[in-house]
Design a protein around this ligand. Structure first.
Ligand SMILES: NC(=O)C1=CN([C@@H]2O[C@H](COP(=O)(O)OP(=O)(O)OC[C@H]3O[C@@H](n4cnc5c(N)ncnc54)[C@H](OP(=O)(O)O)[C@@H]3O)[C@@H](O)[C@H]2O)C=CC1
Ligand SMILES: CC(=O)C(=O)O
Ligand SMILES: [Mg+2]
Length: 542
């Protein structure tokens, strides 16, 4: 063990020649100590604060503990607890953890970006404007922890170097009064800008990002739906960027849906071409997933119209039909043209009309999938596919234990936030977690390594297909629809390989050296590039 400090060995123990750490500290298991300290905290928020302090003090140890305990720690750094961290961020703020770019910096954004310490080494930025954090609404400048949490997943899940990661919160004001009135609120005290002012800001920001960090990929995160679609359209062929809520969610849910449809079909024989998918919630996530599914259906040989006909969307006013006045732009494509009865507003009536094989919730409405809804889905399908995908858990459309009970265990289930396994009538059932965390680390890794100029639709689609195909025999026989989280590094490497190949096919890869490598050699290269934490390097300065 080389720690960069003088050591002596006595009785087989390593003892540092320093007074600043206890002589036998190095012979103890720091990971176990951290876990014990973590577990001694009583609330999720206390655990979150503890873990972020640990990351600041000792990033290697932090990521070692995280990688060894993903199932326990991801729900703290990410959904659901990151939702509490965001809601309370102005109050729990301890130290600078990311980059804030304020509307008041307009005209000087490049100078602000230049203050970021790792400069040209930066490879991936997760950028939120705090306007729709999970399903919690407009949290303004409190949104930074969502960018930090996503980047922890890049580092742990894909092996991106911590020094390559840039968490960014755009501080553009907030329309949430309680923050504007809170004396501890850390953001600018103004309402959000009108579209023209925000567009000017975003254009300056993206141009400054490209100039300051030429090798960087931007992941847009938790922008309100209209802006999420608008900036994706505006920037997706101009800069290296993608939108996680639209494209990442689309990609991850397509994977889970394909594995679910295969499971359901082994009971019912229903082919993909006869699936009817009902989206409860038609925002950036719902429409993003619907688009990804239809794009995949057309790859399978369906016409665009046939593919679109498989999809039904519901918003706060009920089933979305083309005759509705003033439909928002993003809802028009899937609005039904074949329904001309009275407006259908209750979910039960809509299910009775559509007879869906799959019900996907991206609505932010807690318990919207009531017992009646779930039982109706079970009466229509031998294996109903029910994905309550809204985050955090407090906004999930149905709890796993209820879904199991009300379907007598026949449900094929994936939720946005994690649930524990459930025992029902003597059998243990394991839920899936349909969350973009399975996909964005691999998309990012593949994009960064291939130096793709843009993230193309095919790169996102191939990522999804790679994830769907990543189940082991054991996972398949346990009827999982997503792989176990503990394998995320290998899965991310496989997704990255698929993303790089798609970038090559689309001719957007600037790193053309990979074109000559076999898949096996490229996969080895990707794995060798994954950063590994090593807490033995933790005390060089003592
Ligand atoms: N699992 C995952 O990986 C991901 C999950 N999500 C989650 O998805 C959720 C939605 O995100 P996003 O699409 O961006 O948010 P939006 O607010 O844009 O979308 C919410 C949608 O739900 C609809 N809705 C609201 N209330 C009702 C109701 N009572 N009945 C029916 N529909 C209703 C809204 O209708 P209207 O349009 O009329 O307002 C809107 O279409 C969030 O909770 C988010 O955390 C998001 C990304 C990834
Ligand atoms: C998971 C995610 O990106 C969201 O809930 O917004
Ligand atoms: Mg999100």
């Amino acid at each position: 063990m080389s720690l960069g400090l003088p050591l002596v060995a006595t009785n087989g123990h390593v003892v540092p020649l320093t007074t600043r750490i206890p002589p036998y500290f190095l012979n103890t298991d720091h990971r176990q100590r951290c876990l014990a300290q973590l577990r001694s905290k009583h609330t999720g928020l206390e655990k979150y604060i503890y873990l972020n302090g640990l990351k600041e003090r000792d990033p290697n140890l932090f990521y070692e503990v995280l990688l060894g305990n993903m199932l326990e720690i991801i729900p703290i750094l990410y959904t659901p607890t990151v939702g509490d961290a965001c809601s309370n961020y102005s109050h729990i703020w301890r130290r600078p953890e990311g980059l804030y770019v304020s509307i008041e910096h307009k005209g000087h954004i490049r100078q602000v970006l230049h203050t970021w310490p790792t400069g040209l080494a930066s490879r991936i930025a997760v950028v939120t404007d705090g306007s729709r954090i999970l399903g919690l609404g407009d949290l303004g400048a409190n949104g930074l922890p969502i960018s930090i949490g996503k980047l922890d997943l890049y580092i742990a899940g894909a092996g991106i170097k911590p020094t390559s990661a840039v968490p960014i919160c755009l501080d553009l004001g907030t329309n949430t009064e309680k923050f504007l009135e809170d004396p501890l609120y850390i953001g600018v005290r103004r309402k959000r800008p009108a579209t023209a002012e925000m567009d000017e800001f975003m254009k300056e920001f993206m141009e400054a990002m490209k100039e300051t960090f030429p090798q960087l990929l931007v992941q847009f995160e938790d922008f309100s739906t209209d802006n999420a679609f608008r900036y994706l359209e505006m920037f997706k062929t101009q800069y290296r960027c993608f939108n996680d809520d639209i494209q990442g969610t689309g990609s991850v849910v397509l994977s889970g849906f394909l594995n679910s449809a295969r499971l359901a079909s082994s009971a019912t024989g229903t082919p993909l071409s006869e699936q009817r998918i009902l989206f409860f919630g038609a925002g950036s996530a719902g429409i993003g997933v619907a688009k990804q599914l239809t794009s995949f259906f057309t790859l399978q040989g369906m016409s665009e119209d046939e593919a679109r006909k498989r999809i039904y969307t519901v918003d706060s006013k009920g089933l979305i039909t083309a005759d509705r006045k003033g439909l928002q732009e993003h809802k028009i494509y899937f609005a039904r043209t074949d329904y001309d009865g009275p407006a259908l507003t209750s979910l039960i009536d809509i299910i009775q009309y559509v007879k869906p094989t799959a019900l996907l919730g991206l609505s932010t409405i807690r318990n919207a999938f009531t017992e009646d809804v779930v039982r109706l889905m079970a009466s229509l399908n031998a294996r109903p596919i029910i994905f309550p995908l809204s985050n955090p858990v407090s906004l999930c459309e149905v709890d796993y234990s209820d879904a199991i009970k009300w379907t007598n265990g026949t449900v094929i289930f994936a939720s946005g936030s994690p649930y524990k396994a459930v025992k029902f009538e003597g059998k243990v059932y394991e839920p899936g977690q349909g969350n973009n965390m399975y996909i964005f680390p691999g998309i990012g890794l593949g994009t960064i390594l291939s130096e793709a100029r843009h993230v193309t639709d095919a790169m996102v689609e191939q990522a999804s297909i790679a994830l769907a195909g990543s189940l082991t025999d054991e996972e398949e026989s346990s009827e999982l629809v997503y792989p176990r989280l503990a394998r995320i590094r290998d899965i991310s490497a496989n997704i990255a390989l698929a993303v790089i190949r798609a970038a090559q096919t689309d001719n957007v890869d600037e790193n053309v050296l990979f074109r000559n490598l076999t898949d096996e050699a490229l996969l080895d290269y990707i794995k060798a590039k994954q950063w590994q934490p090593c807490s033995a390097h933790s005390y060089p300065h003592l």
